[in-house]
Design a protein around this ligand. Structure first.
Ligand code: SF4
Length: 352
């Protein structure tokens, strides 16, 4: 018979099966509401985590920025407060009165006297003529070099008469190690002749006479007066001038002005020994370029403290002569000198 009626049923079944299959597919493709598919969930979770991290990072950054802002505000506030608050006053150094400076200067002199009880002129001499000649030779050179030169010179020319009569070239040769030997020879010949002709072969004991001699200025005259005649004098050489300025005793550069300023601070009786003490300190401790401030006994009294090395150990290494364990400048120092005598001039190297 006719199979027609059965066909719709089969078709229906087929349709149902198809629908079921579609639903199944649809179920797989679209899971139940509120339930994300596994992969998507993981992705979402990862995204959420990243977002959370980002948010956290943002929060941290924000916090940091806020902290920075707060710190900046605090600094600004402090600055403003500092500006507004009356500046903490570092007690401004009162300008030293004249009386205080004189008191301090005299104390420096006393301390230097304790430090160098053996202070003396650092030129070797046995009479006024030798001191005069040695002082003329000491220009532009060290006392040591003069002391190494004069034994031979004085052996040949012990008096003004001998020196005035010597052949100029021979004199130049004898004093050559002290430098500027031509000019110095001219001065020595002139002053020896003047002593012979005008002063009976004797060195005069007055400043006004001494400064009339060729090559003799105020400084040389004061050295001779102070050390050969016992007439008080202030000797302003390079060391004395430098220290007098560092001590605040003067601001002058000119030697005569320095002398006048210092003369107004100390009694006449102190002038000669004060000169020796100050020069001793300048040569041993208070050097021109590297003063040994950290090893300086008068540092508490010195306004220039700190101009040089302040570290005690490093400063100690800068000390010279007897304070540094080295020989002095005199070949024949006074008996009370605590250091070693200077060595004589080294003999010229033998020609090979
Ligand atoms: S403290 Fe320094 S500058 Fe002053 S006297 Fe001493 S070494 Fe010289």
């Amino acid at each position: 018979m006719n199979e027609t009626p059965e066909k719709p049923a089969a078709a229906k079944k087929a349709v149902t099966k198809k629908a079921t299959a579609k639903k199944a597919v649809a179920k797989k493709a679209a899971p139940a509401a509120g339930q994300a598919p596994a992969r998507t969930t993981a992705a979402k979770k990862t995204t959420a985590k990243t977002a959370a991290k980002k948010t956290a990072a943002k929060k941290t950054a924000a916090k940091k920025t806020a902290a920075k802002k707060t710190a900046a505000k605090k600094t600004a506030a402090k600055k403003t407060a500092a500006k507004q608050a009356p500046a903490k006053k570092t007690p401004a150094r009162k300008p030293e009165s004249r009386v205080a400076m004189v008191r301090r200067a005299r104390r420096i002199n006393r301390e230097l006297a304790e430090l160098y009880p053996y202070a003396h002129p650092e030129l070797d001499f046995t009479n006024p003529f030798e001191l005069l000649v040695a002082t003329v030779l000491s220009a532009q050179t060290t006392d040591l070099r003069v002391n190494q030169t004069t034994p031979r010179l004085f052996a040949v020319c012990p008096t003004p008469e001998d020196m005035a009569a010597i052949d100029p070239e021979r004199l130049e040769e004898l004093i050559r190690p002290t430098g500027f030997f031509r000019a110095k020879a001219k001065s020595l010949l002139g002053l020896s002749a003047a002593l012979r002709d005008r002063f009976g072969g004797e060195v005069p004991g007055r400043l006004e006479d001494l400064v009339t001699l060729p090559g003799v200025g105020r400084k040389t005259a004061n050295v001779v007066l102070g050390n050969a005649f016992g007439v008080p004098g202030i000797t302003v050489d390079t060391h004395f001038g430098r220290l007098a300025r560092r001590f605040g005793w003067t601001t002058a550069e000119d030697a005569e002005k320095v002398e006048a300023d210092v003369a107004g601070i100390f009694p006449k009786s102190e002038w000669t020994m004060l000169s020796h003490r100050v020069v001793f300190h300048g040569r041993r401790v208070c050097h021109s370029r590297k003063p040994a401030c950290g090893a300086c006994a008068i540092a508490p009294l010195c306004p220039a403290y700190g101009e040089g090395e302040t570290d005690p150990e490093k400063a100690k290494k800068l000390l010279k002569y007897e304070l540094g364990g080295q020989p002095g400048q005199r070949l024949k120092p006074p008996a009370d000198y605590p250091g070693q005598p200077a060595p004589p001039m080294a003999p010229p190297a033998a020609a090979s």
